[in-house]
Design a protein around this ligand. Sequence first.
Ligand code: NAP
Ligand code: ZN
Length: 337
Amino acid sequence: MRVAAFTDLTGPNGVTIVERPDPEPGPGEAVVDVEACAINRHDLRILEGDSAMVDTDDLPFVSGLDVAGTVADVGDGVTAVEPGDRVVLCPNETCGQCRFCREGPENQCERYSLFHGGLAEAACVRADRLLPLPESVATTTAAALPTAYMTAYRMLQRAQAGPGDLVFVPGATGGVGVASVQLAAVLGARTVGTSSSAAKLDRPADLGLDHGVQGTDPDELRESVGAVGTPDAILNHLGGPYTELGLDLVRRGGRMVICGRTAGSRSEFDVPDLFLGHRRVIGSTMGTQGDLEMLVDLVATGDLAPEVEDTYPLAATGEAFAAMQDRGAVGKPLVTN
Ligand SMILES: NC(=O)c1ccc[n+]([C@@H]2O[C@H](COP(=O)([O-])OP(=O)(O)OC[C@H]3O[C@@H](n4cnc5c(N)ncnc54)[C@H](OP(=O)(O)O)[C@@H]3O)[C@@H](O)[C@H]2O)c1
Ligand SMILES: [Zn+2]
């Protein structure tokens, strides 16, 4: 089989298509013929040499978390799926033993990790992490769901966002950003979101973004986003200066949930504003397999249509990462076979 391997960690030119032996499932495993795998900034960060999870000793490395396709083969003891089933993978890897695995939520597992290996023609995965897809859910649609939509959904839960709330989404045009806008709308919340590009805001506007604000300068955004209203919650996947911006804007008693650091790993903010205003800053990573099941159901009932604007054949995986690096992508880019 062919895989899109990272052969150096200097950016999108480091992706090389290489041949690997076809995988054989071990006990409890299934081999999935990959029809689509979404790419995330997580993969790009690995490819840029900016991830603690992968270094040059691990090369060649096959990334790709969000696998959807058809089960080709199963190992001993697998009963949940069988060859021919269309499935999506929950990429959570958990220990099954810590208190969060026992009592939940599993995404807080003390030894939490992620599956990598979906940028390939086939992937060998834990069978109990596969969810069968209803007929009405396309495989390519399902591939968009795991990382971006699970993460956004959990962030909305942690932010206690509900009907009528105003949710601020800095960076509303990417994977987590668009997912946040769409899922906030499902919950009956209103959204205000930003982008450096006015043109890129057209698509999230079609998908339910109530107020799009173009801009990158935090001082200008403080005024233009503040003019829309006082957010009850902030879903912050950018970090850096957007943390202080969010805390300046969020209402007294409001919540900011942070899942990422695209704009910087360090943030400064005014400590008295935090405690005198009873504001909360909450960290969040991914979601649970139950969240993914619920998201598949939302797609099946027609309440959610994940945004897939661009698809790339496996051989063009490097181009998909280049588009993400150049900030050309909207929603979830997919690599397809
Ligand atoms: N902790 C978790 O579980 C988890 C899960 C998923 C994602 N994440 C993190 O969340 C972030 C988003 O991931 P993603 O896959 O959704 O990425 P993505 O699709 O590449 O996100 C693109 C968005 O980020 C904005 N952006 C890009 N570079 C920027 C910069 N330098 N300054 C300000 N805005 C910038 C873009 O704005 P423009 O429209 O202006 O280009 C766009 O709105 C990443 O940091 C990722 O690692 C964390
Ligand atoms: Zn655990």
